[in-house]
Unconditional design. Structure first.
Lengths: 546, 346
């Protein structure tokens, strides 16, 4: 998000889900859409049936490849080179949108110089994608009338994730493929309300509505509304919190509905950090791995047990309604926060969640026009500044919030930890269709879980042959940070020398292996690339090095 | 635009509109079993037959496009007799077990049998008998109840793009099944259940949880990925019976396996029901009073001793926006730190 926000002045999906079916070219990069966003995947397939061309760029042969016209199998972590080469071709073929570049962007001249060396042939050497495919992709995208780019964590979870996002933005800018219906740049957000949590200011440097904490005028506005004095110091991000716990700067933590002890990279490191705290309070619906480490655990209500709103990946604010009573003495998170606040001498009194939303609407112009009454039947997409405003299906129609969008030249930086003699395999992590995140919601004994009950990793059959591993055999995978035992699933989805592990399973948690290297801007950890080795487990239980 | 007359009502509709859709625009309902507005017309059930002036036999409304000046009759003694006969034929090979069928009260076939008053069947005779031996844990497939409308096959191919099932064999032996009649091994999205007009396809988890009676519908949003699909929870006695989705929603009524079947966790016995306090390395249950008192005391003490920035908070992309707003307000206005984040980066 940080990347897109820096370029356009706003970081969110520029278009909406129904618009997908009217794309004439879809460029899906680093997104296993049919498994991670199945319903958006349906729209993409619908577009393909309506004769759109689908370009998939993914190191794995994901399900979407079956529906694609062109599949670019780049080596993990080389997206910048791939995208630059595509732009190089577009520039060479003179398929850029001059009017758009002149009127709505800045910095193109320096940018075009930077592209010079990224020829398709150079890119082929680094990315492994044949030069002719790069040229085909460039032609398809640049000649399209309504192309859409879609990406997720395959782009962002790298130590150079922001650079990847810049490159995607540059591609859309140089072809003028923004600010129109069914035409834009669309990061698909992974969780039901990750957009809402970000919108509401659960980020260390911004108040609700992306208003910066270090701008005095904005701080005063919130101080007045909340009738308190506020800190002018930027906070720290989740990934930095772990390190600050370890060096003793953070003494206490309050965690609501998160499970960093399974979702963070290098979880051994995270668990050590959380254990070091003087005081940890966790509020959740289950006794998660994180809650196990807490001093106090507060039982919370789940989504079907409370009222409120979720904001989906296309910025649509939609109503969540209470259908069930929470079990036992569990309470809505909102009530717990209010009661705690009261005890700390700052009473927050709201009669309903609608009153909370009204308070937000008074502080953030983009949702000022949204009321519970208006979204009773169907949600509204922000920006929606007035009560008469119909919501905004696609962004940047009249221009960018930061007036002119900036091209930013980035250079290719290899991933932080690449395979070597000692750790010869490249590991990526991701999701599986039947599971969700840390598996708190789809659990053991659940029918859905039984479809894919056991942890596994995908291994190319060539590598399996070389290692002498058969399908279903349990092996030991280790990285420099830890090791897990997990069953092999022979699959042509992964290429030689690479393995993939879904990160949902706690008994073989992929995040024991992953690298904590962070993107310097967005602080997103590099979960898509790290080096591992595979060892067979012998009868005595001692691994035999191979 | 094309001018047509349907049951004496004059109307003009777009070119390429089917007679069935044109009738719908005039608020005239023609019975169907195999039609679905989002799937290609099939013309299999023969219930949507209509008379068109100038054509000397009834035609299926779903597969006939309108033409200029067309005069359509959707109901006449002849048509109704034909429809009744068709229904009788379908029912002659359908188990008569509505009293124990999961779909009762929500079944198109049952509704039509009711409206056509079919009590006895002139065509009663041999029936398909199938052994139920599908090993999948989610979708109950009772092929004796299947009327071969082909909706499940079409939705699996045209919407889901999976093509996990098709019609095998011919004639009386025709049967919808996965390749080689193996167990269903698919994405388990449940789209086929959603379009099935009879009780042939139902959710295994829904079995004996309750039918249409006493069900309370609550519209809400799916708690899984960021698509934000609109779901409807069918509730009976503080328990979810099943999850459905309405067709006029942003997800067009389609859901994935998680949206359809991933609600079991709500009633999991492992849900936390009381606050817990760790004492000598072990959790013990406590009252809200004690737990919140302890949290408040500890946070206050930490803040006084080490300053507000020694406290950090993680909010949740799983919670509502309102809760996230209150959480960051708590961290900023009460604790007075900006150390608040959530897992957007993971």
């Amino acid at each position: 998000m940080a990347g897109l926000a820096a370029v356009f002045g706003s970081g969110a999906m520029t278009n909406s889900i129904p618009e997908i079916e009217n794309n004439d070219v879809l460029f899906v990069i680093g997104s296993n859409t049919t498994e991670t966003h199945p319903i958006i995947g349906l729209r993409m397939k619908k577009a393909v049936r309506k004769e759109a061309k689908l370009i998939v760029a993914d190191p794995r042969k994901i399900d979407l490849v079956r529906h694609s016209h062109l599949w670019l199998r780049q080596k993990p972590g080389t997206d910048v080179v791939l995208l630059h080469a595509i732009m190089h071709v577009i520039l060479e073929q003179n398929l850029i949108d001059r009017v758009f570049i002149l009127s709505r962007t800045e910095g193109f001249e320096t940018f075009r110089e930077g592209l010079r060396k990224y020829t398709p042939e150079y890119a082929e050497k680094i990315t492994g994608v044949p030069a002719r495919d790069i040229i085909r992709a460039a032609m398809l995208y640049a000649r399209a009338k309504r192309p859409g780019i879609y990406y997720t964590m395959g782009i962002t979870q790298h130590s150079h994730g922001t650079d990847n996002v810049y490159s995607i933005a540059n591609l859309a800018l140089m072809t003028g493929n923004l600010g129109m219906e069914s035409t834009g740049v669309n990061p698909l957000r992974g969780q039901n309300n990750v957009q809402g949590a970000t919108d509401m200011g659960c980020i260390p440097d911004q108040y609700p509505g992306y208003q910066r904490v270090d701008l005095p005028a904005i701080r005063e506005k919130f101080e007045k509304a909340w009738e308190v004095t506020l800190s002018d110091k930027d906070g720290i991000t989740a990934t930095e919190m772990t390190d600050r716990c370890l060096d003793g700067k953070i003494k206490a933590m309050y965690i609501m509905g998160e499970n960093p002890a399974l979702s963070d990279p290098d979880i051994n490191h995270t668990v050590k950090a959380l254990k070091k705290l003087d005081f940890l309070v966790v509020q959740d619906i289950f006794l998660t791995d994180t809650a196990e480490l807490a001093d106090v655990v507060l039982p919370a209500a789940a989504f079907a047990e409370k009222d409120g709103t979720f904001t989906n990946t296309e910025r649509r604010v939609q109503r969540v309604r209470k259908a069930l009573d929470p079990p036992g003495e569990a309470k809505e998170d909102s009530r717990i926060i209010m009661e705690l606040s009261e005890r700390l001498g700052y009473p927050m009194r709201y009669n309903s969640m609608e009153e909370v939303f009204q308070e937000v609407a008074g502080l953030w112009q983009a949702v000022a026009g949204i009321t519970y009454g208006r979204i009773e039947k169907q949600g509204l997409q922000w920006p929606c500044p007035t009560l008469e405003h119909p919501g905004t299906p696609y962004l940047f129609k009249g221009g960018f919030p930061r007036h002119k969008a900036a091209f930013s030249m980035v250079e290719y930086k290899p991933s932080r930890e690449l395979p070597d003699r000692q750790y010869p395999f490249m590991l990526s992590t991701g999701r599986h269709l039947f599971h969700y995140h840390t598996g708190t919601m789809i659990r053991a004994g659940d029918a859905l879980n039984s479809v894919a009950a056991e942890a596994y990793f995908e291994l190319n059959s060539y590598d399996a042959g070389k290692l002498g591993v058969t399908g279903g055999q349990k092996v030991k995978i280790s990285s420099r940070r830890g090791s897990i035992k997990i069953k092999a699933k022979l699959s042509e989805r992964v290429e030689k020398g690479r393995v993939f592990i879904p990160f949902h399973y706690r008994e073989a948690a992929a995040n024991i292996l992953t690298n904590t290297a962070l993107d310097p801007v967005s602080k997103i950890p590099e979960l898509k690339v790290c080096a591992v080795k595979i060892e067979k487990i012998t009868k005595r239980g001692r691994p035999r090095i191979k | 635009m094309i001018n047509v007359t349907i049951d004496g009502i004059k109307t003009s509709v777009h070119r390429d509109t089917s007679v069935l859709d044109a009738a719908k625009q005039c608020d005239i309902t023609i019975p169907t079993l195999c039609h679905h507005p989002k799937l290609t017309p099939y013309g299999g059930c023969r219930l949507c037959i209509v008379e068109i002036k100038g054509i000397n036999r009834p035609v299926t409304a779903c597969t006939t496009p309108v033409s200029e000046g067309m005069e359509v009759t959707t109901s006449s003694p002849v048509l109704e007799k034909l429809r009744r006969t068709t229904l009788e034929l379908i029912l002659s090979d359908h188990p008569n077990d509505c009293m124990v069928c999961e779909k009762a009260g929500d079944c198109t076939l049952q509704e039509l049998a009711y409206f056509y008053g079919i009590k006895e069947n002139r065509f009663a005779g041999e029936r398909r008998v199938y052994e139920k031996r599908d090993g999948n844990p989610l979708i109950e497939r009772d092929m004796e109840k299947c009327i071969l409308c082909n909706k499940c096959v079409r939705v699996c191919d045209e919407v889901q793009g999976v093509s996990a099932i098709d019609i095998a064999y011919r004639g009386f032996r025709s049967k919808v099944c996965p390749p080689y009649e193996r167990d269903l091994d698919c994405e388990f999205c449940g789209q086929c259940i959603r379009v099935c007009p009879t009780g042939a396809l139902t959710g295994r988890m829904w079995s004996l949880k309750g039918r249409q009676k006493d069900i309370r519908e609550v519209d809400t949003i799916c708690p899984y990925c960021g698509c934000g699909c609109n779901i409807t929870l069918d509730i009976r006695k503080n328990e979810i019976v099943r999850v459905t989705s309405k067709e006029d929603t942003i997800n067009e009524g389609w859901l994935c396996s998680k949206g359809t079947f991933g609600y079991k966790f709500l009633n999991d016995p492992a849900r936390l029901t009381k606050p817990l306090i760790k004492y000598k390395g072990k959790f013990r249950e406590s009252t809200w009073e004690e737990a919140l008192g302890l949290v408040a005391k500890k946070l206050l003490k930490t803040k006084e001793k080490h300053g507000p920035d020694s406290i950090a908070g993680l909010a949740s992309a799983r919670c509502t926006s309102e809760e996230n707003y209150l959480f960051q307000k708590f961290m900023r206005a009460v604790i007075k730190t900006n150390n608040v984040d959530h897992c957007a980066r993971l």
